[in-house]
Design a protein around this ligand. Sequence first.
Ligand code: ARG
Length: 458
Amino acid sequence: EKGKLWGGRFAEGTDALVEAFSASEHYDRRLYAHDIRGSKAHSAMLAKVGVLSADEVEAIHLGLDDIQRDIESGVFPWDPAREDVHMNIEARLTEKVGDAGKKLHTGRSRNDQVATDIRLYLRDQVDALLVSLKSLRAALIDLAEREADTIFPGYTHLQPAQPVTAGHHLLAWEAMLTRDTGRLADLRKRLNLSPLGAAALSGTSYPIDREMTAATLEFEAVIDNSLDAVSDRDFAIEFCSFASILMMHFSRVCEELVMWASPQFGLIALPDRYCTGSSIMPQKKNPDVAELTRGKTGRVYGALTALLTLMKGQPLAYNRDNQEDKEPLFDALDTVSAVLGVMNGMLPAIVFRADACRAAAGKGYPTATELADYLVRKGVPFRDAHEMVGKTVALAVEKDVDLAELSLDEIQSNAPLAEADVFDVLTLEGAVAARDHIGGTAPNQVRAACERARARLD
Ligand code: ARG
């Protein structure tokens, strides 16, 4: 067929609907720089092993540079009839440099080419995300240190449980992001391997040097098996799995922000620049960035599900199904990189309303565990102490007062071993300071944890 790089054996042109159906250039063109980089490495290798002449490879490289400039200045003639980014660039190369361009694809297939492109592209994106995650973690550690003494409500079942410090809570977020960073760094190792040289599926009869292209492209090593190299997309699935877990974490963080910023909680203020108003209700300041992040979690899970489903029925080796890998992967990438961008701005700018936090931390008898532990220190078995304090709480509920507002007589009516010093343990600061062990919420422990977290950053 006329105009198709693969047209030799075809007697009629592609159906117009099929052309539109199978074209991917409108979304895979974002791989152009990595496609060009891969083509340069491949052609340089072909010259080294004597398959191309020095003149040919020079023409190819100059032509590819020229194409890159055309793409970046917006004058490149993208053509859906040329299907994808690879054939758009190759066909244009031949228009620009003649026969040398027709030799570029020697010993290569789009199958190893596209696998190489995606890995190179994803690797760059992963590196940017690693930087972004690190800066967010550093900012959270700084904020945690500033809020190491801020008394904050700790919940289980969203019911008041025990007081914590805001710094401690922030470090819990940071810990989630630390594991996400570990997952990302780990998947990068399996991503950073070269498929180039696998050609269509079985390798090639040219005397290629796979190590050379791998080194030029800064891959750690070559992928051993040519069938595997062109067919699997598990690296993209791993990325979407990382991204899904990251988004799940951000979604939880954002859910907390939405609650804390509501007047009913009133624990924090979000900066105006991360909120929006209402077109009808003049009083509104809505936490839209947090809500959008919570909402965008679904599309990232969707990408993971799409890729898992895409791969599950494919026999080896390459199938065109794989062209469907890109849109979900790109969407997940775009989403997490946008979310990390706004989180880097918004999270460090949260303002904790210390008085409101302290007041909220005091509601719901959060020092009841302290009272039970106090009785244990006086010799009461814990289960009995639990029962006595439960009755004491019931009395306080009935009288509508805090535990510390009960008289010593009232406390002793259920817990006879209580003495005047009982009131010392019924303070929020005392409860927090008492959790003075590694991983505990005591302010000095939070500060020590900040130091450890900072040391982990590098
Ligand atoms: N656009 C294709 C993809 O993304 C490139 C590989 C095409 N290979 C083929 N044998 N048709 O997968």
